[in-house]
Every structure is written in C-alpha cells, then in structure tokens.
Design a protein around this ligand. Structure first.
Ligand code: NAD
Ligand code: ZN
Length: 344
C-alpha cells in the first residue's frame, strides 16, 4: 500500500510503498478514509535526532478516520465497513488516568513504549492503518468523514482546553484565540457553541482573519505590535478571562500573558518553543498558565456529538495521497486556511 512517511531526520515527507498491515490479536485494521495534516508533524520533523522520541521511518497522520476492514483475533463489537474515528493519544488502558478516559495522560505509556499513531506508531496517512484496541475507535454514524477527521485533534485539543476554562467564560467575558489555523478556527466555533463569551481572534494575515470572522469570531485583530493595546481597548482595559495560544511561539506566549485579565487563564496549546514566566508581578494577579496535551476519550465523543448537532463546521482543503508532501509544504508556508486533509 501507499504511505506517507517521515524517513530521515531533517527530511521531507515522502510517499512510499510499504507492506499491507494485518491485524494481530486485539487489533483493528481500518481502510483509511481521510487523514488530517497537523502543524505538530512539522514541529516533529524539525527536531534533531536526539529529541525524536521514536525511530524512523514513521508513517505520518495522527488524525484518522476509516472504515473497519478486518478484526484481529478476539475483537468483537465492530462491524466490517463501519465508519469510525481514531482516538489518537493511546494509553495503557488500565492506569488511574486511563481509567478516567484520560489516555492522553497515561502514566505508563512511556515505560511501555505506547505511542500515538503518526507520532511513533504507524499513522493514518496510508491506505490502511492498524488500531491497537477497539476502545480507541468512536463510531461516526452519518458524520461526513472528511470534514470530521480534523476533530480528532484540531477539535479535541481545543475542546479540552476550553472545557477547563468554562467556569471563567461567563456572559460578559472575553476569550482570545491566538492563531486561527487548523486548531484555532475550530476553537472559535467551540467557544461560540459552549460559552456566551465574546471571542477575539488574532492571526497574521487578513485571509486567516476573514475565516476567523466567518466561523464566528466577534472581533478579528492582526497579531502585531498593536494587538495587546487593541484587545485591552476591546475589553475596557480589563483583558481576557481566557487566552488560548495556538501558536506557542515566544512572541505569542508573551502576548498571551499581556492579554490575560486578573484571575484569567492562559492556555498554551501551540508547541512553538515559547514559555511564560510566572511570579509576583510577572502577570496580572492570579493568572493561571497551563499547557495541555490533546484530550480524553470521553471528550472526543463529546466533540463528535457537537458536530452532529451542527455546532462545528471544519474548513478543509483535500489532497490525494501523492499530494501529501505539497499539503505539508503549504501548511509550513502558512497557506492552508482551515485544515488540510489527505484522502488516501
Ligand atoms: P496551523 O498552522 O494550522 O495554525 C497556526 C496559525 O497560527 C496559522 O493560521 C498562522 O497564520 C498563525 N500564526 C502564526 N504566527 C502567529 C502569530 N505570531 N500570531 C498569531 N497567529 C500566528 O497549525 P495547527 O495545526 O492549528 O497547530 C497549532 C499549534 O498547536 C501548533 O504549534 C501545533 O503543533 C500545536 N498542537 C498542539 C497540540 C497539543 O496537544 N498541545 C495538539 C495539536 C497541535
Ligand atoms: Zn494508562
């Protein structure tokens, strides 16, 4: 089968032919319908060898949906041909965190060598993929697989981040979304569906800001030197009760700190190498800073239910599997508006 692989440190994704996988005991084989292209892959492909937590070659794709193609020995409860989404942050399934459905924070994944598909295990950017356990699948039902696949990360990650801050996003509050790309443009929609907060979106081009407005941002502001002042003005000097940074680079984490209100939340989701110092006087009083990773199994079910209710509409650009390297190039260049999705 064809697969999109990251093969050498510092190299580019390549389309190669690999053996068709076969499901072992307990595993499920999916015929992949669609795989999302995440900026995290670009970050991973920029890491030096000593920072890379898995061996190469790696089949990319940590956002996947497909139809059940074959069941490994002992697997029950799934029907061949059924349309499913893959929950990506695989854990051991039995530690205290996994018992809560928070497999993204599995206590034993590291020591057991369990890694997400596309980030260690072979991923979804291939004609077929193996899923280690049926508990990592959520039925899609009638949901359109292509527009739903980004919800497994670009939906789940902001959903989890927003859920933490819900008590602060009361009517009259303001939520800021920095970076309105794959994750950010879904975050805006989730904020509108889940809260009464006013949503202020920040990005670096007019095209991205236009999408931010189209998906529900009340205000869209260029992320430049004047942004902090503009957001302060929009909030009568108070700042935002929640700031979600989907860039996470040094300028945006610093900006996120400046935009927070007293007792506000700053959530750094992007992995652009930025940090934020806390300590008396460094930030407004009682600002909480956090850096979450992905989301829980139950939260993925909730995100898909929100999509079913019509609350989120992911903007997708589709590419054939041979065009996957081009999709990564365009994402790297900031040219993807919404989410790029590969159709293997
Ligand atoms: P993306 O490229 O689709 O979106 C990023 C957006 O940020 C783009 O629209 C870009 O124009 C904008 N941007 C760049 N510099 C900016 C600036 N200075 N100010 C405002 N906007 C700016 O990327 P994505 O796939 O949505 O991923 C976003 C980030 O989240 C990445 O760093 C990714 O690695 C990370 N991520 C983290 C998790 C997690 O669990 N923590 C999960 C998925 C992705
Ligand atoms: Zn676990």
């Amino acid at each position: 089968m064809k697969a999109v692989q990251y093969r050498t440190v510092g190299g580019h994704p390549e389309v190669v032919t690999v053996p068709d996988p076969e499901p072992g005991p307990g595993q499920v084989l999916l015929k992949v319908t669609a795989a999302g292209v995440c900026h995290s892959d670009i970050a991973v492909m920029s890491w030096p060898a000593e920072q890379l937590p898995f061996p190469l070659p790696l089949t990319l794709g940590h956002e996947g949906v497909g139809t059940v193609a074959a069941l490994g020995a002992g697997v029950t409860g799934l029907t061949e041909g059924e349309s499913v989404a893959v929950y990506g942050p695989w854990g051991c399934g039995s530690c205290a965190k996994c018992a809560e459905g928070k497999e993204n924070y599995c206590l034993r994944a590291g020591s057991l060598g369990i890694m997400p598909p596309g980030l260690g295990a072979p991923g979804a950017m291939a004609e077929y993929m193996l899923v280690d356990d049926p508990r990592h699948l959520v039925p899609l039902g009638d949901l359109d697989p292509v527009r739903t696949v980004p919800l497994t990360d670009a939906g789940l990650t902001p959903y989890h981040a927003i859920k933490r801050s819900l008590p602060k996003l009361v009517p009259g509050s303001t939520a800021v979304v920095i970076g309105t790309g794959g994750l950010g443009h879904v975050a805006i929609q989730l904020l509108r569906a889940m809260t009464a907060a006013r949503v202020v979106a920040l990005d670096v081009t007019e095209e991205k800001l236009a999408l931010a407005r189209a998906v529900g941002a009340h205000e869209a502001v260029l992320s430049d030197g004047a942004a902090a002042g503009k957001v302060r003005e929009l909030t009568a000097g108070l700042g935002a009760q929640a700031v979600f940074d989907f860039v996470g680079a040094p300028p945006t984490t610093a900006l996120a700190g400046q935009l927070a209100a007293v007792e506000g939340d700053v959530t750094i989701v992007g992995i652009g190498g930025g940090t934020l110092a806390v300590g008396f006087g460094a930030l407004p009083y009682e600002v909480s800073v956090t850096s979450p990773y992905w989301g829980s199994r139950s939260e993925l079910v909730e995100v898909l239910d929100l999509a079913r209710a019509g609350a989120v509409d992911v903007h997708v650009e589709t590419y054939g599997i041979d065009e996957a390297p081009l999709a990564y190039e365009r994402l790297h260049a900031g040219k993807v508006n919404g989410r790029a999705v590969i159709l293997p």
